[in-house]
Design a protein around this ligand. Sequence first.
Ligand code: SF4
Length: 601
Amino acid sequence: MVSTWLSATLYDIAARYDHDRHALLQMLRAVQAARSCVPEEAIQFFARHLNVPIVEVRGCVEFYSFLHATPRGQYDIYFSDSPTDRMAGSLVAAERLAARLGVEFGVPRPDGRVTLGLTSCTGHCEQAPAGLVNRRVFTRMTEDRVDRMADLIERGVPVEQWPEVWFHVENSIRVSGPTLETHVTPGDALRASLVRGLPQTLDEVEASGLQGRGGAGFPVGRKWRGAYETRGIHYITCNADEGEPGTFKDRILLAGYADELFEGMTIAGLIVGAEKGYLYMRGEYEYMLSGLQEVLASRREAGLLGEDVCGSGQNFDIIIHLGAGAYVCGEQSALLESLEGRRGIPRIRPPSAVKKGLFGQSTVNNNVESFVQAAQIALMGGAWFADLGEEKSRGTKLLSVAGDCTRPGIYELPLGVTVRELLERCGGSHAKAVQVGGAAGRTVGRAEFERHISYADLATGGSIMVFDERRDMVDLARQFAHFFAHESCGFCTPCRVGTQMLQHYADKLASCQGSRHDLAQIRSIGQMVKGYAHCGLGETAPNALLDTLERFPEEYEAHLLPEADFVPDFDLDAAVSEARALTGRDDRLHQLEHGKVEAES
Ligand code: SF4
């Protein structure tokens, strides 16, 4: 039974989103923020009010990491847990805070004061240890800050009164290139597109050679052309989910280049004939929401959004939706599902999103960097962009560099730059390995540092993690295996089961309990998951394990039990020991190993 008071509050939340079923995730986020959980009453209310099956509403609450069916603590804290965060001490800091507060990870303290947990990378790796407290980002957590944080929590001091410096986020730009140096005056790229002609602007985007900056590299112009030639209603969606561990370059663009981003989305909208665009931004970046809303408001005020955009005779506006902690929503079709207010389960393809995307209509989906660069191309022309980079990878790329280097941060460099050049620039020349492309990317060792960061060789959405001699590659691969086992959406068996099995074998090896048989299992299961998974998450989930096995075999050898070709995963003797003790049959003959020996002798 829903109380009158709660019912009114929930109704207000639904009204804020026009009672639109597709905004269900946004409504659930609002309830979570107001009540520190999504109670059963709210699930029932939205099911009835929006005419959505209750299992769908409940499924959403269970699917997204930042939604909870039971209350979190008054202080809800997550430490960012990517490998580079750990290298900077995030786990140590989180454990110290847990000890100071007497709280178990993931379990609210009995007095309801605090909950503490780990979450996948929050996108602030160059300022690690970082995390979230009551949805606010904190950075550079030190031992002293942890101790003071514990004290503030015990004294019940509101987060708003904590030292502001703890929440300071730097922009961390180390090397700027044409993208970061070209600020488009609001409306200039739009006007240039309209003067040139929208079809001609599409030609320019195609001529630029711009490829999707999320990492997959599909030509942006070709995608826009596909939508332009598709009849019917169109939508523009921007992927600002940026969940790949080690990636934080969209954060920089969202903070400092929002006008360029919205201008790129608007130009795409006018070209393909869309009237609405959605920016899907990861929940961890909520602190940027009000600033982005202000930019949208000023663009509406200036006639750059809304009716008759820039005198074009066309309407276009942009809505921002927030994610709620699900890495898989970075996958295009999962993102569309999430935008429709459902769990982020990747769709079956074909059809492509260009043919049948958001709400079943033709949709252009690109990421933040792609739209920013598209706006700049609309202003400067395709040749300006195509002159940079290399033949099959045009332009520059923003790289987020973190880990064992003296100058972590954002590097805008022409595509085709070698790993070695990048390492020299960021102070990571002593590296023994680099992870290009995050958890889903590729691990390369010193012998491959002449390889190029480009779509033709080592593709990346932006993540570059640097590891030096101190790092245990087996343990790093284990961390990535855990990440995928946690983030698998569970839709298809190869990924759901395979990532769990890979996690198991990685744990066994990292704890020096493995054998050669386990290495063979990882290779075989890894290939199976890559070959049969339904979406890109599963296809890339085994990469780190397989790459490190191939490139750092000596480190795996050092983790094996001596002379062991096979170590059983299940200790049958230990499993039946309690039953033996209860029945008093604990003699040597009933010890499986010894019994076998005695029976044979
Ligand atoms: S591969 Fe993994 S993430 Fe993708 S649909 Fe299958 S279970 Fe979900």
